[in-house]
Design a protein around this ligand. Structure first.
Ligand SMILES: O=C(CO)[C@@H](O)[C@H](O)COP(=O)(O)O
Ligand SMILES: [Fe+2]
Length: 238
């Protein structure tokens, strides 16, 4: 199956695709590459890399060295790395993730006192820049930075763990985010992350999400069947 193109805006306007980003946090780390390959072979578009530091969020996951371990697979398949930094002071690690092959680097609004500078630094490294919002963080915090962004990540669970329940109010937040981005003439796409499964993905896509992150719903059980279920639920592409 053809992979989604790299240009985010063209994906939205020309192809109307939903991008499925498989979160390897839910993969079997004992066979990480093989498990990630199963998701890509089944049609997942991006590999979502959840980096947790035990400070910004109450959990520790992995860093750039583990992502580097997936680099050969990403290069072979032409798969973009979608890096979600749930860490304090992310500026210190931007170059490490860019060097490890990140296509998009997303930082948390709550972790960046100088967010505009951080976004500029991500762009200077040749990556697309995303900003994530925790469930309790108002969309209005994006008002000034929106035109500079390539991606807004609306967290649909509190960050830190896979396998949590989707927060229902997120659907309306995505809808309002779409309005804000349009009003600010931002080219940013909306990504949603946390508790997304075939039984709720359609409502979220209809609200305006174009990139869907899924961990448990991809890697638990039959990966190929899981990815197919996402495709059938959105029914926006074969
Ligand atoms: O960023 C995070 C969690 O903080 C996510 O990317 C999770 O990894 C998604 O996992 P599921 O909710 O799909 O299991
Ligand atoms: Fe994530």
């Amino acid at each position: 199956m053809a992979r989604a193109a790299v240009g985010l805006a063209s994906e939205r306007t020309a192809l109307a695709l939903v991008i499925l980003a498989a979160s390897v946090l839910a993969a079997d780390f004992g066979r990480l590459e093989a498990h990630a390959r199963e998701a890509l072979d089944a049609g997942a578009d991006w590999l979502h890399i959840d980096v947790m530091d035990g400070h910004f969020v109450p959990n520790i996951s992995f860093g750039a060295p583990v992502m580097r371990g997936l680099r050969a697979l990403a290069d072979e398949t032409g798969t973009p790395f979608d890096v979600h930094l749930m860490i304090e002071d992310p500026d210190r690690y931007l170059d490490a993730f860019a060097e490890a092959g990140a296509a998009t680097i997303t930082v948390h609004q709550e972790a960046c006192p100088h967010l505009h500078r951080t976004v500029q630094a991500i762009h200077a490294l040749g990556c697309r820049a995303g900003v994530a919002l925790n469930p309790a963080t108002p969309l209005e915090t994006l008002e000034e930075i929106a035109p500079d962004l390539d991606l807004v990540l609306v967290m649909t669970v509190n960050p830190g763990f896979g396998g949590q329940a989707f927060i229902e109010g997120s659907v309306d937040k995505v809808r309002r985010c779409r309005h804000l981005l349009d009003r600010r003439r931002s080219r940013a796409v909306i990504e949603v992350d946390g508790g997304i499964a075939p039984d709720n993905v359609r409502r979220i896509v209809e609200a305006g999400a174009e990139v869907v992150v899924a961990g448990s719903a991809v890697f638990r059980g039959d990966v190929a069947a899981n990815v197919t279920a996402f495709r059938q639920a959105t029914a926006l592409r074969a």
